[in-house]
Design a protein around this ligand. Structure first.
Ligand code: KG4
Ligand code: ZN
Length: 345
């Protein structure tokens, strides 16, 4: 089985062709970053307009690179939530039109489920082995600009959220801290670059702990502490120690993510721990997980951590295998949870 995946939930227009072994035949991403940079964040109106302008060309390119035509694929998987309504609509309406015109089935995919499924993708450039069905039950840390949650995947398509953020997502926290420092957008990769040479022990930021047993996260207190700390510094100190301040802040976010994930792994004994979503591209986070000794920790390659359509296509394949398919009046769901897409929901 081969599916075309379409992803337009936020600010990247993406299309990909993936087969049922998880092999990526093509994965095309049209970035809108340059259109949003001057606003230091995603402007929903601009995002949906850009998706409209590029979605057809992105799909054409994905098919071209896979050396396929629409009739060579078995179905069309599309992200229908969660995300920005105007952005999701472009992908879903395009997928519906393609499905109607080609007679290929339409498969609705949850964006968060897509991020988890990125762990099962493989391509010709990969050196590390991806996860397989033998790695279930799986613990997944989904950590992106909009989400931070620990999800237990007992078997294919069964999702249980162990704990999510009560306020800001980890990526959002990094983005807002970078924005306050006037460093640009998106903040995560910029902080990584600046903090790479810094001393992460320069300043200790407070940790928020609700209870010693739960898996909920909270980052808004840390964000405020970061901003207040920067405000308290003399201009000179900030200039001389920017790398140290950034490294310390990044480390506070990373410690929180690593600590809770490894505790969950210790308590639940999954076969593997997958760290997925845009923030999983972070070097300090990857390093933080190296201390894990009791569970295999897997990070998808960077290109499948940030938003892409290959992960959507593979999630579509798993859903299609159990007969899930959407009617042509499929609607978008801007605030869909991953549990709502669980087979036992
Ligand atoms: O998964 P993603 O591409 O989009 C969402 O679904 O949100 O994640 C985007 C987030 C942004 O907050 C961005 O700053 C963060 O991922 N990010 C990073 C890195 N690359 C992207 N954060 C830290 N280090 C990175 N290298
Ligand atoms: Zn995402």
């Amino acid at each position: 089985m081969r599916l075309l995946g379409i992803e337009t939930s936020c600010d990247d227009t993406a299309a990909a062709v993936v087969d049922d072994s998880g092999f990526v035949w093509s994965s095309v991403i049209s970035s809108q970053q340059s259109f949003h940079t001057k606003y230091q964040g995603v402007v929903p109106e601009i995002a949906s307009r850009r998706h409209t302008a590029t979605v057809i060309a992105t799909i054409d390119e994905a098919l071209l690179l896979a050396h396929m035509r629409i009739h060579d694929i078995d179905g069309i998987a599309v992200t229908y939530g969660p995300g920005l309504v105007g952005s999701l609509l472009v992908g879903v309406e395009t997928a519906k039109a393609l499905s109607y015109a080609s007679g290929r089935r339409l498969i609705p995919v949850n964006h968060l489920e897509g991020h988890i499924m990125a762990s099962f993708l493989r391509d010709a450039d990969m050196t590390e082995n991806q996860l397989t069905g033998d790695d279930l039950p799986l613990l997944a840390l989904v950590v992106s600009g909009g989400h931070t949650e620990l999800v237990y995947v007992d078997q294919w398509l069964h999702y249980r959220v162990l704990g999510a953020t009560r306020d800001d997502a980890a990526g959002e926290t990094l983005d807002k801290f970078a924005k306050y420092l006037g460093l640009g957008y998106p903040g995560g990769p910029i902080l990584q670059r600046i903090g790479a040479t810094g001393d992460s022990a320069y300043h200790t930021f407070p940790r928020v702990t609700f209870s010693k047993t739960g898996y909920e996260f909270s980052f808004s207190g840390l964000k405020t502490a970061g901003i207040n700390y920067v405000k308290s510094l003399e201009k000179d100190e900030l200039e001389h120690h920017l790398a140290d301040v950034v490294a310390s802040f990044e480390a506070a976010v990373v410690n929180e993510l690593v600590g809770k994930s490894l505790r969950a792994a210790q308590e639940l004994h999954p076969k593997a721990l997958a760290v997925v979503g845009g923030v999983a591209a972070n070097e300090r986070l990857r390093k933080g997980f190296r201390k894990a000794t009791n569970v295999r920790v897997y990070f998808p390659p960077m290109k499948y951590c940030t938003d892409n359509a290959a992960m959507i296509a593979y999630a579509g394949i798993r859903r299609s295998m159990v007969g899930i398919c959407a009617p042509l009046d499929l609607d978008v769901r801007s605030s869909l949870t991953v549990e709502e897409s669980s087979l036992d929901a």
